[in-house]
Design a protein. Structure first.
Length: 277
């Protein structure tokens, strides 16, 4: 197996200050699909100018992690795919080590890097280990296992990889972590810090929406209500409290948590999108 057997998929949204470090860490002989959640033609032209092995696809609007990655994965024709966040950087020989793990465990569904906590040195895994889930910043797919069924597109943000791993667990599929594979993940946000306040509100909304949706999907509506109820009460109290003491930033955060919970309980779609103008 060669690294040309891997296609790399990277979903982006206003990630111009992150993506180039990621792309520069990847081999120029590997096909890379960058799926941009906007209509930023300037970004696409810059990518095409700098990297002959990268195809940039514009979605026209912000459709989220799941739809963006599914768009890329649907276009993969190689045996394997590696889904990366734009704020990642591959350590030397990472792709070769993914292929080595795939050869040793041919029945796998997903393989993740040994460092799941942003720490490149102190991974708790000393050998390839079977696990229930891995984080979404670096996921190596055995494409033949998925039959074009990847991420649940009802999620816009959060729980996408947890849901995917849960689906694999229910099918008795194998997921592994390999300590020989290291991917640096900056974490936090893959978007320009200029938009941090709006993104914080958006993250809080979707964290609550996705929490309820996930538990409703796998545990049923009554159980999901029991799980989310303490968060509903907390968000309500804190929204009122921060409103009364005129702390607008904190009030907005907890109001968005409350809104995300209520919308999910009412079975509304994950509709909130960040205002980035």
């Amino acid at each position: 197996m060669e690294i040309e057997d891997i296609t790399i998929v990277i979903a982006t949204f206003k990630s111009e200050n992150k993506i180039y470090t990621c792309l520069d860490s990847l081999p120029r002989t590997t096909r890379i699909l960058v799926i941009e959640n906007s209509n930023n033609h300037k970004f696409k032209e810059e990518i095409n100018r700098k990297y002959s092995n990268v195809e940039c696809i514009l979605l026209g609007e912000n459709k989220g992690y799941s739809i963006a990655n599914n768009t890329g994965l649907q276009k993969v024709i190689t045996k394997y795919a590696l889904v990366l966040n734009p704020d990642t950087k591959l350590e030397k020989d990472s792709l070769k080590n993914f292929l080595k793990a795939a050869e040793n465990f041919p029945g796998f569904w997903l393989i993740g890097p040994g460092n799941q906590d942003n720490n490149l040195i102190n991974s708790k895994y000393r050998e390839i280990s079977e696990v229930e889930n891995i984080k979404g910043f670096g996921m190596f797919f055995n494409m033949e296992k998925f039959k074009k069924d990847f991420f649940d597109e009802n999620y816009f943000l959060y729980f996408e990889e947890i849901d995917l791993c849960k689906k694999i667990n229910l099918k008795k599929g194998k997921i592994y972590l390999d300590p020989n594979i290291k991917i640096f993940h900056e974490g936090g946000s893959s978007v320009n810090n200029y938009f941090s306040d709006e993104l914080e509100k958006n993250r809080n909304w979707h964290w609550m929406w996705s929490t309820f949706y996930f538990h409703k999907k796998y545990n049923g509506y009554p159980t999901a209500l029991l799980i989310i109820f303490p968060k509903l009460i907390s968000a309500t109290i804190k929204t009122i409290f921060y409103f009364l003491i005129l702390n607008k930033k904190k009030k907005d955060i907890y109001f968005n948590r409350l809104s995300g919970i209520i919308n999910s309980i009412l079975r509304k779609k994950s509709w909130r999108r960040p205002t980035m103008d």
